[in-house]
Design a protein around this ligand. Structure first.
Ligand code: HEC
Length: 142
C-alpha cells in the first residue's frame, strides 16, 4: 500500500470517529442551554424557585413527576376539563407534549392565551433539541 493511501484511509477513519463522537455529544442534553431557555421562556410567567409562589402560572419547583393540576393554582376551565378526561403526571412524555405546543395538548389553556392583563402568551418550543435541554433543566428544580 502506498503512503498516500494509508494517509487517506487514516483521515477517513478519524473523520468517521469524530462524526460519531459529535452525534453522541449532541445527543446529551445541555443544562446550560436548558437553564437559559427556562429562565427566558418560562420565568416570565412561572416562579422557578423553592419559594413556590403562584405567578401568572403555577410554580414549577418540583414539577417533574408532579400530578398535573395539583399545585393549588386557580387553573383555567380548559385545564380542568383536560384533567376531567383523565389525570396524568408531568413526566417526560407529558411535559414534552405540553411545551412543544401547549394549545394542542390542552386546547384554550391560559398558558397559550393573551389577555389584557397578561399580554404575553406561550406558543411552544419548536426545536426538539431545545425541548430536551429544557426538560433536563426542569428536572433539577427540586
Ligand atoms: C405566557 C405565560 C406562560 C409562559 C411563558 C409559560 N407558561 Fe406554563 N403556564 C402558564 C399558565 C397561565 C398556566 C396555567 C394553565 C391553565 O390554567 O390553563 C401554566 C401551566 C403550566 C404547567 C402545569 C403545571 C401544573 O401545576 O399542573 C406546566 C408544567 C408549565 N406551565 C410549564 C411551562 C414551561 C416548562 C414553560 C417554558 C418552556 C412555560 N410553562 C411557559 C403560563 C405560562
Amino acid at each position: 500500500m502506498q503512503i498516500k493511501h494509508i494517509l487517506l484511509y487514516g483521515i477517513i477513519g478519524v473523520s468517521f470517529i469524530l462524526l460519531i463522537v459529535g452525534f453522541w455529544y449532541r445527543s446529551q442534553p445541555n443544562l446550560e442551554i436548558g437553564k437559559r431557555l427556562v429562565d427566558n421562556s418560562c420565568g416570565v410567567c412561572h416562579d422557578l424557585t423553592s419559594e413556590k409562589k403562584h405567578e401568572r402560572g403555577p410554580y414549577l419547583w418540583g414539577v417533574y413527576n408532579r400530578p398535573a393540576g395539583s399545585s393549588g393554582f386557580p387553573y383555567s376551565e380548559a385545564f380542568l376539563a383536560k384533567l376531567e378526561k383523565g389525570s396524568f403526571i408531568w413526566d417526560d412524555k407529558h411535559l414534552e407534549m405540553f411545551i412543544a405546543n401547549p394549545m394542542q395538548f390542552i386546547p384554550r389553556t391560559n398558558m397559550g392565551k393573551q389577555n389584557s392583563k397578561h399580554p404575553t402568551a406561550f406558543s411552544g418550543i419548536e426545536s426538539a433539541s431545545n425541548r430536551e435541554d429544557v426538560l433536563a433543566y426542569i428536572k433539577t428544580l427540586k
